[in-house]
Ligand binder design. Structure first.
Ligand SMILES: NC(=O)c1ccc[n+]([C@@H]2O[C@H](COP(=O)([O-])OP(=O)(O)OC[C@H]3O[C@@H](n4cnc5c(N)ncnc54)[C@H](O)[C@@H]3O)[C@@H](O)[C@H]2O)c1
Length: 333
């Protein structure tokens, strides 16, 4: 494949850093743009220095709510906090990131004639009446709830993508990403996978919301990144669901973690949060038939890798409470 100059917004975050590493490994020139709200350059680990010295990797600290001009062939637009604790920290900023950020990236794509992929989300389906969710389902989203800054923000971002495509002929790709997990998740991600693993590794009881019968489907990050690259390199605009269609209950996830950690785990039940979807599973027919996408990493293997990652992270973190990682007022603007 011919090396290209590729911009990854949100490139220092969980999925973004894994994507940058893959694209860099394929020989591309990678420009990682991030405001470091939830992202961290330490996600590149020891590879960072060599990547920069190779001359094929650049980091730009920038906020996508401001425009930027830069010469690139492709844009993977991921910038946006993904976990509820992060996107609800400053909801106005979250919706600005989704709407203004996507508008600015589309403006850039138009100026330099770049192909642009939006990391949208399964949250555009809200609390779905259709199960599993197919791409033609329009969703059941609360426009004024505490999650709206994120899910309505992404819905507008998708609208912008398709309007730029229809009006200005911009080559677009839209991925609807379902729950993804794996190395480089933030320690304070606050979602079930990292919560359970951190609690298990710290010897604390696992917090299960409701009865634990609600389902999720979890996709290992290398599979998801593979899907993003297939979508970018293929001929379909999307929207296309990307994730893993193996559906499990929260209690089944507890069991998978218990098996991997090797010690019995205790559980405490808490009330379900507002607007929390009861069921979530992608229909991957489109991704499979149009992209040849096939998530490969089984839950047991992915959980094992993620536990290994968090074990090291928690060792460096020490005894400090996880809440100490919460964002600073500098990010409240
Ligand atoms: N992780 C998932 O399960 C999941 C599911 C659905 C969709 N997504 C989407 O994938 C993308 C990446 O998610 P993630 O899990 O890696 O989250 P993340 O929080 O780890 O990464 C987001 C990155 O964007 C950066 N960022 C946030 N606001 C910014 C701004 N205004 N300007 C520049 N950079 C900014 C953050 O610092 C961070 O590095 C997001 O767009 C998210 O909505 C993720």
């Amino acid at each position: 494949m011919k090396p290209r100059s590729i911009l990854v917004t949100g490139g220092a975050g969980f999925i973004g850093s894994n994507l940058c590493l893959r694209l860099f490994g394929e020989g591309h020139h990678v420009i990682c743009l991030d405001n470091c709200f939830t992202g961290d350059l330490r996600n590149f680990g020891d590879a960072y220095r060599d990547m920069v010295l190779s001359g094929r990797f650049e980091f730009i600290r920038h906020d996508v709510t401001e425009p930027i001009t830069i010469e690139v062939d492709e844009i993977y637009h991921l910038a946006c906090p993904a976990s509820p604790v992060h996107y609800q920290y400053n909801p106005v900023k979250t919706i600005k990131t989704n709407v203004m950020g996507t508008h600015h990236m589309l403006g850039l794509a138009k100026r330099v004639n770049a192909r642009i992929l939006l990391a949208s989300t399964s949250e555009v389906y809200g609390d779905p009446h259709v199960h599993p969710q197919t791409e033609d389902y329009w969703g059941n989203v609360n426009p004024i709830g505490v999650r709206s800054c994120y899910d309505e923000g992404k819905r507008v971002a998708e609208t912008l993508m398709f309007d730029y495509h229809r009006q200005h002929d911009i080559p677009i790709r839209v991925a609807r990403i379902f729950n993804t997990y794996g190395p480089n998740m933030a320690i304070d991600d606050g979602r079930v996978m990292s919560n359970f693993i951190c609690q298990a590794l710290r010897g604390e009881p696992l917090t299960v919301y409701g009865e634990g019968e609600q389902t999720r489907s979890f996709c290992y990050v290398s599979d998801l990144v593979d899907g993003l690259c297939r979508l970018m390199n293929g001929d379909n605009t999307g929207p296309i669901n990307l994730g893993n269609d193996g559906e499990i209950t929260m209690l089944e996830l507890v069991k998978a973690i218990e098996d991997s950690v090797g010690t019995p785990l205790k559980i405490v039940h808490k009330p379900l949060p507002q607007d929390d979807p009861v069921r979530r599973r992608p229909d991957l027919t489109k991704a499979r038939t149009l992209l040849g996408y096939d998530p490969k990493v089984p839950l047991e293997e992915g959980v094992k890798q993620t536990i290994q990652y968090f074990r090291k992270l928690l060792k460096d973190w020490g005894e400090r409470p996880i809440e100490a990682a919460r964002r600073t007022p500098a990010h409240a603007k």
